[in-house]
Design a protein around this ligand. Structure first.
Ligand code: ANZ
Ligand code: ZN
Length: 881
């Protein structure tokens, strides 16, 4: 079979040919001038860390398969790509390698772009950008100065991590065990002025919008709802007396449980609360505690888990219903930034208050019972023993020990108290959100400069739009002790745009989440003078967004927020940026290590380890190739540097070709699930492609078939094959288009190929059928393995072309029809025989035929038939007894 040898599958050659053709024919460049419906398929843009990892390959392959499939089904598909290019790693690399962050970043981009190109993604590269380029960030700066003028960007003090040795602000990830990553100095908290975006103005809209996002995973929507954290409650005023009995400013608490008001035995306030500060001015022990509380972490998780601590301030609050005096305590779990920074403590019914009261021997009072106690334990419950029965919203409660409110349920008490306090001017209904305004200032160098000028007379002035962009100098040396623009007095110097006096620029830069919040819109409008032009409304919203679940909360919240800002700036019409969201699972791989004498572990890359597998494919033994000695099998984990179990995509592409890598990453798992990288599986994919290649070669060797298939004169085996073929078309189309179940689509094509391999019919019509089948397989696989399909399509006698413009195959209903069906005949649910019947047999006939099946007749002996149930096309079940 000389031709087959000549034609042996050579992925490197096949792939470079296809890629050159796509590039030369500008196959994936799209415009807005077509009457096809648009489809915008977007994958989250990568951070240019140096090299692609398998997570990228998986993400972008999913996007590419969807894009190519959509294009084959008649859509005008935009699939763009860019670089999330600002960020801390570039600064760290700059210090380590003594290169400027810009240089390092651009070099990484060049390398990673070529890697992406080697994977053959159908990307419109004319729309590419890096977010660190002034052409990009100028728009971000312009949006920011406009938000400043609208009052949606503002400045206030906020806490940062301060390294007192390096004299620099540290990012959270640069604080390791409370110490600076370089200096090792104990990190301090410092308050400095920072810029914020008023995302809280959009809290309710961000919450409500989730209800319309039918194409987003429930889990992501739930995380976003919790993050926004809407609470309905009351704000209630308590009069306050100083230690000497004199009246102070009243205090307000926010509570979601006003029904527990009569159980209040003290009030807790945050250390930063003005009343705490007031009390501390004459109480050194309290002042010391407040100073100490400032040291601790500021994250909510930390506050939840740390031990409860506090101190009596000596102040007294007056209970707004009973007039009783209760003590005011400082408590470390009360956040100044939430509600009013003060809590009415109900130790009988709130767990944190319970723990606090138990520690400091403060009284607990029960004011609520379950209306329907289910057992003795519930009936005899007392406030001295913590039980979280009241958190269960499905349980009916009733107030006790609450004077005139006794007997009310939660809603009744809420309404009665809201009404009472609103009437007396002592409080009101309030909705609170956990969502905080977004702090966008970073004290880092490698980011977009915040376009603000500080003038001694005029204060913080936005840089006028005609003076934008504020350029970040790229040619700098990093010492690791802070930002080069902060240490450069020349860069800072400028004139006030309002009064002309000497002034200074802001030296902070934006959080890099800013750039990734609106990049999707910029792709639609390359070269536009504003961030987006009218092309935005052609492409937006994104039809399919694909990325990692780690972005479920922050990125996707900011992304939705920015879309609303763009809408309110009249740049886009829609309310939400993306209709459908797919979060792909992790890529995982086996880990291998050896114990080190110091108790640590030395991790070995799977590429350097030889493994032995059992017949089920599980690894049973592993040795390091370098020394032949065993290594410990550490289990399957997410690919990561720390466990050294990353598999390099470039190596895989070099060894097997991009199509095999793409095929494996789509076949090994459904998109949302974890994908275990295993080279034996990759090898299997390579074999499959070689088999397809050989099948086409063998068919073509006997001459390409140009005569049309004569459907009317198909033999029975030909009909069977054609039915299988069209069943596969229907399944694969559904798997790609509706279910996003790519692994089952591939499995179906593999099965078809097995059948086709056995179809040994050299008649004219048989060969015409094989031609149809092979062409179909090529088209079905094209979204996943486009290079091989590009070549095979030509071998099957077609001109050099972009397969994406050839319609995806449609199942022929006539081919799906069966002449004869095989039905199972069951007696009382057990299989007793099968019968062959014509497809159009009536129910009555089926019943009669089933009952006449010889084996069934034997089983029915001595029984009487009660009922016959027919599952059309499948089963005849006879119920007898
Ligand atoms: C009395 C009470 C009784 C409460 C009870 C709860 C249960 P969410 O749902 O998260 O909004 N709280 C209010 N402000 C706080 C702050 N700044 N720091 C810490 N805790 C604060 O929680 C609202 C509840 O959290 C409020 O309702 C308040 O405690 C507390 F059986 O008031 B509650
Ligand atoms: Zn001025």
């Amino acid at each position: 079979m000389s031709n087959v040898e000549i034609n042996a599958y050579d992925p490197q050659q096949v792939e470079s040919t296809a890629q050159s053709f796509w590039e030369a024919s500008r196959a994936f460049e799209v415009a807005e001038t077509t009457d096809k419906p648009k489809y915008y398929c977007l994958s989250m843009l990568p951070y240019p860390s140096g090299a692609l990892h398998m997570g990228h390959v998986r993400n972008y392959t999913i996007g590419d398969v969807i894009s190519r499939y959509k294009r084959m089904t008649g859509f005008n598909v935009l699939q763009p790509m860019g670089w999330d290019a600002f960020g801390l790693p570039a600064e760290n690399a700059a210090i380590k390698n003594k290169t400027a962050p810009a240089k390092w970043t651009y070099a990484n981009i060049a390398h990673m772009r070529s890697q992406l190109k080697s994977l053959g993604y159908a990307i419109d590269w004319t729309r590419e950008f890096a977010t660190c380029s002034p052409d990009y960030y100028v728009h971000e700066q312009r949006m920011f100065v406009r938000l400043m003028r609208k009052g949606l960007a503002y400045r206030r003090n906020s806490v940062v991590n301060w390294d007192p040795v390096d004299n620099t602000v540290l990012a959270n990830e640069q604080v390791i065990d409370g110490r600076g990553w370089r200096s090792g100095a104990l990190v301090e908290k410092r308050e400095i002025p920072q810029w914020f975006l008023r995302i809280t103005d959009y809290a309710q809209e961000l919450l409500d919008g989730l209800d319309e996002l039918d194409g987003w995973p429930e889990s992501v929507k739930t995380m976003q709802r919790n993050w926004i954290g809407r609470s309905e409650g009351l704000e209630i005023e308590f009069q306050v007396r100083d230690a000497d009995g004199s009246a102070l400013d009243p205090l307000r608490v926010f509570t979601t449980r006003p029904d527990t008001l009569m159980g209040v035995s003290f009030v807790s306030i945050a250390g930063e609360h003005p009343l705490a500060q007031h009390a501390a001015s004459s109480n050194p022990a309290l002042a010391a505690l407040l100073a100490e509380l400032k040291q601790g972490g500021v994250s909510e998780a930390e506050l939840e888990t740390q031990e409860k601590r506090g101190m009596d301030t000596g102040l007294r609050a007056i209970h707004p219903v009973t007039g009783e005096e209760v003590p005011v305590w400082v408590a470390n779990f009360v956040l100044m930034g939430y509600g009013t920074g003060a809590v009415m403590a109900v130790p009988g019914h709130d767990q944190r208050d319970f723990e606090f009261a138990s520690k400091y021997a403060l009284p607990k009072k029960q004011v609520i019972v379950l209306k329907d106690p289910r057992n003795d334990e519930e009936r005899s419950w007392s406030a001295d023993e913590w039980k979280d029965w009241y958190g269960d919203k499905t349980r009916q409660i009733e107030l006790i020990n609450s004077a005139e409110f006794d007997g009310l349920d939660f809603q009744g008490a809420f309404e009665a108290l809201a009404e009472r306090f609103e009437r007396k001017g002592q409080g009101q209904r309030r909705v609170n959100y956990r969502l905080r305004d977004w702090g966008v200032s970073r004290q880092r160098y490698w980011g977009c400069p915040i376009p603000v000028i500080y003038c001694g007379k005029c204060g913080a002035v936005p840089v006028p739009e005609d003076q934008l962009p504020v350029l970040l100098p790229e040619d700098v040396v990093l010492e690791g002790t802070g930002s080069p623009i902060k240490s450069d007095p020349q860069w800072r110097k400028c004139q006030c745009p309002e009064c002309g006096a000497d002034a200074e620029r802001e030296t902070d830069t934006f959080d890099t989440f800013m750039e990734s919040s609106w990049y999707y819109a910029r792709y639609t409008s390359p070269g536009a003078r504003e961030a987006v032009d009218k092309r935005g409304n052609y492409w937006l919203p994104v039809d399919q967004y694909i990325g990692g679940i780690e972005h479920a909360i922050l990125h996707l919240m900011y992304f939705r927020f920015f879309h609303k800002l763009l809408r309110d700036a009249r740049m886009v019409d829609s309310n939400e940026p993306a209709k459908n969201l797919l979060c792909q699972g992790m890529v995982i791989a086996e880990t291998f290590y050896r114990e080190l004498p110091n108790g640590g572990k030395d991790w070995f890359n799977p590429a350097d380890v030889d493994v032995v597998r059992d017949e089920r494919g599980r690894i049973t033994g592993a040795t390091l190739r370098a020394d032949g000695q065993p290594v410990v099998i550490g289990g399957v984990e997410k690919m990561s540097k720390s466990k050294n179990n990353g598999v390099d995509p470039q190596t895989m592409v070099g060894k097997y070709g991009a199509d095999t890598v793409r095929l494996f990453s789509m076949f090994a798992a459904p998109p949302e699930q974890s994908l275990e990288w295993n080279e034996a599986g990759v090898d299997g994919m390579a074999r499959f492609l070689r088999r397809l290649w050989a099948l086409v070669a063998r068919h073509v060797e006997a001459g390409v078939v140009s005569s049309a298939l004569d459907v009317a004169s198909l033999t029975a085996p030909q009909k069977d094959l054609r039915r299988k073929l069209h069943e596969t078309i229907a399944k694969v189309g559904d798997d790609y288009g509706r279910r996003y179940s790519f692994n089952t689509a591939i499995a179906a094509v593999m099965e078809l190929l097995n059948v086709l391999g056995k179809f040994d019919d050299a008649s004219d019509n048989g060969r015409a059928l094989r031609q149809e089948a092979l062409e179909t397989v090529v088209l079905l696989l094209n979204p996943i393995t486009p290079h091989a399909c590009h070549a095979l399509w030509q071998q099957l006698g077609h001109a050099e072309t972009v397969l994406e413009d050839i319609a995806f195959p449609q199942a022929d209903p006539a081919a799906l029809k069966r002449d004869a069906l095989t039905l199972a005949v069951q007696v009382n649910g057990k299989l007793r025989g099968t019968i062959e019947v014509a497809a159009d047999t009536s129910r009555e006939q089926l019943e009669a035929l089933g009952l006449a099946e010889p084996n069934v007749v034997k089983f029915l002996e001595g029984m009487s038939v009660r009922k016959v149930i027919i599952v059309p096309g499948k089963i005849i079940n006879i119920v007898a007894g």
